[in-house]
Design a protein around this ligand. Structure first.
Ligand code: ZN
Length: 286
């Protein structure tokens, strides 16, 4: 990300300094939290609803108890077993629970290319969230404070609009278009994530002989690892609902949308100009 920021053509030097400062303060936690939560409420083996209400009441009281106290940076929003990850703009920190550190995202027996296509993409995605349409409004200390020169902010806005327009054209199911505005932060992170992961994979493998696997080049296996990370099966009714409420694009477009903005993919698979995943113009934000 640092090397990528340095080479960004559309950002002025002062705003770049702000971005570097934010990046330098970004933290990450992996696996499980430094301090475990306690769940101090009675569980009744025969009363599901009662347990659920007690859990909600306990969590509500715990959240209210934070008022007026220093920020607890070890308080995770997910459990260690969750297969997910997040970036918190008000902490400027990323969290990668142990649950996501398994196939198809990460496999100790898989190649660097495949692991970077999966877990590397997730890390790049969360990192890019620090600089998406919302994250970019926070500084390195997690405060809503701008570090953007106004001219550069206008260029950023135009670039994010390109992503909005790109995804507005996609369909969740026939006749139901995606909402490019609602999903823009996630789409920016998806595009940035695969770009950063691809570069990290190349940096890690620099100077080593490429590994071919089952007839695929190493670059191709990176993109296959990326695609497999989002393998999913969704019924049309749910896909229709999610298109209106989910801030993420459907899995198909998390892959094909991001790869349409990744020229390295078109090169790896020899896609001709004008092919489905090689459009004439691509949206490059980060
Ligand atoms: Zn995200």
């Amino acid at each position: 990300m640092k090397a990528n920021l340095a080479a960004l053509p559309w950002m002025d030097a002062k705003t770049k300094d702000g971005a570097f400062a934010k990046l330098a303060k970004m933290t990450y936690q992996i696996g499980y939290p430094n301090a475990w939560k306690t769940y101090a409420f009675a569980i009744d083996a025969h009363a599901y609803a009662k347990n659920a209400l007690a859990a909600v009441a306990t969590e509500h009281a715990r959240q209210l108890g934070k008022i007026g106290k220093p920020v607890d940076k070890d308080d995770w929003q997910m459990t260690a077993s969750t297969v997910n990850a997040y970036y918190d703009p008000s902490l400027n920190g990323m969290v990668f629970p142990a649950g996501i550190l398994q196939p198809p995202f990460f496999n100790p027996d898989a190649s660097v290319a495949v692991n970077l296509g999966g877990m590397g993409m997730v890390v790049g995605h969360e990192l890019t969230h620090g600089f998406d349409d919302q994250g970019a409004q926070y500084d390195g200390d997690g405060n809503l404070k701008t570090w953007w020169a106004s001219e550069t902010a206008a260029k950023f806005k135009a670039k994010t609009q390109c992503v909005v327009d790109q995804y507005n054209a996609y369909e969740a199911v026939p006749g139901v278009k995606l909402n490019g505005a609602n999903t823009q932060g996630e789409n920016i992170a998806d595009i940035g994530g695969v770009k950063l992961a691809y570069r990290a994979y190349h940096a890690l493998r620099a100077g080593q002989a490429p590994i071919e696997a089952e007839g695929f080049t190493e670059d191709q296996t990176f993109f296959l690892g990326f695609g497999q990370a989002w393998c999913a099966k969704v019924r049309p009714d749910l896909a229709k609902l999610l298109a209106t409420v989910d801030v993420h694009s459907p899995p198909e477009w998390r892959v094909n949308g991001a790869l349409s903005a990744t020229p390295e993919f078109a090169e790896a698979f020899h896609c001709k100009a004008g092919a489905k995943l090689r459009p004439a113009t691509t949206c490059q934000v980060w």
